[in-house]
Design a binder for this molecule. Structure first.
Ligand SMILES: NC(=O)c1ccc[n+]([C@@H]2O[C@H](COP(=O)([O-])OP(=O)(O)OC[C@H]3O[C@@H](n4cnc5c(N)ncnc54)[C@H](O)[C@@H]3O)[C@@H](O)[C@H]2O)c1
Length: 259
């Protein structure tokens, strides 16, 4: 097991990519704190981990709220005494609309979850990592961290912002033996991608099937990635094998982008 006795926090652990990451970390021996807003779905993730013989703790958390993030870190420390790995996975798609039609509330909400959330989680986890002079911070960005996506200015802006946050933190935390990396998933099969394709299709006057074919065609492999592909990269970055990788933005996207 790569992560025996490690303690990991995963935000957005209730479904999709965050659930797959939590299950994968637990399989490698980490105790996993499952943080998200939806308690019923967090319980589903916790049950899967339990049935695999793993350990987890659910903490209902809205990552955009400082008091809730503070509480998440405090409860983690009360239960497990330490933190080794933080995975900032929570994210929302934000609106699909031309810039002039995006409301201020939609803009602010997207920034609050996708950027303020990772900031707050880092702010409250970093002191523990610094004190033990070791740790891993892994952000989940997107290929939209690097390339534009039509009618999605709030989302792409937030995900591109994560690159600046990631690189700056890597410089700041390197002297404390803490690595900081960003994974950029491509179109990842699942509920969220289905919703995105349906919404974007409506805005562009295209059917779901046309959107799915167009998304797949962006990949030289002509396919989507799976949540497990992202989870595998998280496990690798969290492991000792990746101790000399920091400040990187790593694509897991079936080749959609190559930079
Ligand atoms: N699915 C894709 O195709 C895709 C592609 C690229 C990047 N991503 C990124 O991967 C991450 C996970 O995506 P997913 O496909 O699993 O999405 P999802 O919508 O299935 O899951 C998102 C998770 O984030 C949580 N969340 C949302 N707002 C939150 C908040 N305020 N506080 C705490 N948790 C909150 C949700 O409860 C859920 O657990 C996101 O950051 C997303 O932007 C996804």
């Amino acid at each position: 097991m790569e992560l025996k006795d490690k303690v990991a926090i995963v935000t957005g652990a209730s479904q999709g990519i965050g659930r797959a990451i939590s299950i994968a970390l637990a399989k490698e021996g980490a105790s996993v704190v499952l943080a998200s807003r939806n308690e019923a779905k967090l319980e589903e993730t916790a049950q899967i981990i339990k049935s695999n013989g793993g350990t987890s703790l659910k903490i209902r958390t809205d990552v955009s709220r400082e008091a809730e993030v503070k509480n998440m870190v405090q409860k983690t420390l009360e239960t497990f005494r330490t933190i080794d790995i933080l995975v900032n996975n929570s994210g929302i798609a934000g609106p699909t609309a031309r810039c002039e039609d995006v409301t201020l509330e939609e803009w602010e909400e997207t920034m609050a979850v996708n950027l303020r959330g990772p900031f707050l989680c880092c702010k409250y986890v970093i002191p523990t990592l610094k004190a033990k002079k070791s740790g891993r911070i892994i952000h989940i960005g997107s290929i939209s961290s690097k390339r534009p996506l039509q009618n999605r200015t709030p989302y792409t802006t937030s995900k591109m912002g994560l690159i600046g946050f990631n690189r700056t933190l890597a410089v700041e935390l390197g002297p404390f033996n803490i690595t900081v990396n960003l994974i950029c998933p491509g179109a990842t099969a699942g509920e969220r991608l289905d919703n995105v394709m349906t919404t974007m299709g409506k805005a562009l006057g295209k059917s779901y099937e046309e959107m799915a074919a167009a998304f797949k065609a962006l990949s030289p492999l002509d396919r989507f990635v799976n949540a497990e592909d992202i989870a595998n990269m998280v496990v690798y970055l969290a492991s000792d094998k990746a101790k000399n990788i920091t400040g990187q933005d790593i694509n897991v996207c079936a080749g959609i982008i190559m930079y």
